[in-house]
Design a protein around this ligand. Structure first.
Ligand code: AMP
Length: 293
């Protein structure tokens, strides 16, 4: 915050405080854009916040590292946490409020209720991270009930998560609009991610293999290749040529259902996941065959 500038950002850590803030906004008839995050914010998150700022009277960012969406051997305990740094970035947007609850606030007892979105949760990351999308859908449901968004903003960077949430909102009649936002990349193409800060200098260079592979696939689709297996093989080849990377999957799927595609007739999603060193990274691109509207 610049010296002399008023701090209008409201930091809320408890559910009663959040409910009272939300009640005041509702009474004033204000539209509310909500941006759910796990913190350790970067330009990707900020692009969602700016979009929310442009489209709503009030912007609320949630920062919560959700234990339900991490597997037992994943990085929950070492996931980067930097609330002070996050608040500084958010004041620059600016946003109106941040909801940053502790784990006990969100889960005061074991969660017996959960939300499962079938099919769309099952392939890609869902196949390698059992329970991950149940954890995501459950916490997003809680956050939607607590924050009552007019619009909620999610990144295309996590395309399967976005698809799961869209389907959940449609199937369960949540009264809000889900807004998908484009992936923000580093100048060399690497998708911004909170996990990029785990990478060593050599791994950081190697990490571009995901986008290089996906772009090779995108060129094939744009050039008229209809055989998804050939496109998948091209993506795989680029990623596997990188010695520091271990490919988890490369896939060609329907952009809404995440179902595997065999013959490419329309827009598809090319998606890949790989470990670079010990850091798991994901990325995706949409690809459109020639002559497709
Ligand atoms: P996370 O904090 O990683 O859970 O991400 C919070 C939100 O920011 C999710 O909707 C992500 O898809 C989105 N996001 C993360 N990285 C990017 C990026 N590079 N570009 C656009 N959105 C992103």
């Amino acid at each position: 915050m610049a010296p002399g500038e008023a701090d209008t950002l409201e930091l809320v850590t408890t559910i009663p405080e959040l409910r009272s803030l939300r009640r005041a906004w509702r009474a004033a008839g204000l539209s509310v854009g909500v941006v759910p995050t796990m913190g350790a914010l970067h330009e990707g998150h900020l692009s969602l916040c700016r979009r929310a700022r442009a489209e709503n009277d009030r912007v609320l960012v949630t920062i919560f590292v959700n234990p339900l969406q991490f597997g037992p051997n994943e990085d929950f305990t070492r996931y980067p946490r930097d609330l002070e740094g996050d608040l500084r970035l958010l004041r620059g947007v600016p946003v109106d409020a941040v909801f940053s609850p502790g784990t006990e606030e969100m889960y005061p007892r074991p969660n017996w209720a959960s939300v499962e979105v079938a099919h769309v949760s099952e392939g890609l990351c869902g196949a390698f991270r059992p329970g991950h999308f149940r954890g995501v859908a459950t916490v997003v449901t809680k956050l939607f009930h607590l924050t009552e968004p007019t619009r909620a903003y999610f990144g295309q960077k996590d395309a399967q998560q976005l698809a799961v949430i869209r389907r959940m909102v449609a199937d369960l009649n949540f009264d809000l609009e889900v807004v998908g936002c484009p992936t923000v990349r580093e100048p060399d193409g690497l998708a911004m991610s909170s996990r990029n800060r785990y990478l060593s200098a050599a791994e950081r260079k190697a990490a571009t293999c995901l986008i290089r592979g996906l772009r090779a696939g995108e060129r094939m689709v744009a050039g008229g290749e209809r055989d998804a297996a050939a496109v998948r093989a091209a993506i795989t080849e680029v990623i596997e040529a990188e010695p520091l990377a271990r490919l988890q999957y490369a896939a060609v799927v329907h952009p809404e259902t995440m179902a595997e595609v065999r013959k490419i007739h329309g827009k598809v999603l090319l998606a890949a996941a790989a470990h670079v060193g010990s850091t798991r990274l994901i990325d995706n691109l949409e690809a459109t065959p020639p002559g497709t509207a």
